[in-house]
Design a protein around this ligand. Sequence first.
Ligand code: NAP
Length: 286
Amino acid sequence: MVNTRIDAATERFALLGGTLAHTWSPQIHNSIFDAGGVNAIYLPMPCPPETLQSMVEVMRTTFSGFNVTIPYKEAVIPFLDELDETATACGAVNTVEITPRGSLIGHNTDGLGLSRALREGFVELNNTDAVVLGAGGAARIAAFEVLKRGGRVMIAARDAQKREAFVHSLAETQKDGAARISHCAMDDIPGTHELLINCTPVGMYPHSDACPVEDETLDRFNAVFDMIYNPPVTRLLAAGERLGLKTVGGFGMLYYQAVEAQKIWFGREIAPKSQRAIKKELEKLL
Ligand code: NAP
């Protein structure tokens, strides 16, 4: 069959990252382009660290926008011209807007993706009392989003030194939220809470038998969100369902951060009904 879809007017978008063998972003973005009748293409572009700066310059001159993923969400910042408020505060960029004059503006849509996924799962994020497992990049986004929405956050991570450094640097991003941050060991989470957010890779394929917390701990929560989306139902989510918690898997976050990225690039988004239909189709492929 002759491919007439790509022509001289096709807008180019890309994902810059390290190893991109398992990324879902091209499927998500290209499906949304198709549904919206947009003449655009989204390509995964893995690049070694020493090529990051030159790849960013290629983006500036020949692409209309791009995403950034592990391990470059922080490393890309010196090569950009401006950061929006969220990217500045969380110190990481996942979406870059290219203005008509060729300026590169860094945004971060991961937090919005998280909050939209939770809302879709009927889990309230505003003013919540959350425990975040892990102290890496995803934990920072989750904690930042909880604090931004007026909630309290307890960081539960295995390494005390990393945990304290993480909490210290998170507190520095806050005007009045610092008093709402606490921390504990991952295997000794005290009290009862609204929401548990897993931001560790524990339970991810191929180690799908692992679970980051015991049932006894999970039973002291009302809802659980797992950032992992492979497998779609992790051991943690299965345990949550068994214990009667509301459960939300990680694919929604990945999907809605992409929807939010396109909103930045195009200034609009496709109808909510189409958004849900595409997500459902993609979930069948997970
Ligand atoms: P990261 O920066 O490497 O942080 C991982 C965190 O998990 C670190 O605090 C690490 O602790 C901890 N950890 C790793 N293995 C552990 C174990 N066996 N037991 C206890 N803690 C452990 O990674 P990240 O970027 O934050 O990503 C974390 C997870 O979220 C990944 O599975 C990633 O795929 C997922 N994610 C999903 C989305 C989405 O859209 N759904 C978005 C971003 C990330 P140490 O420092 O002590 O090793």
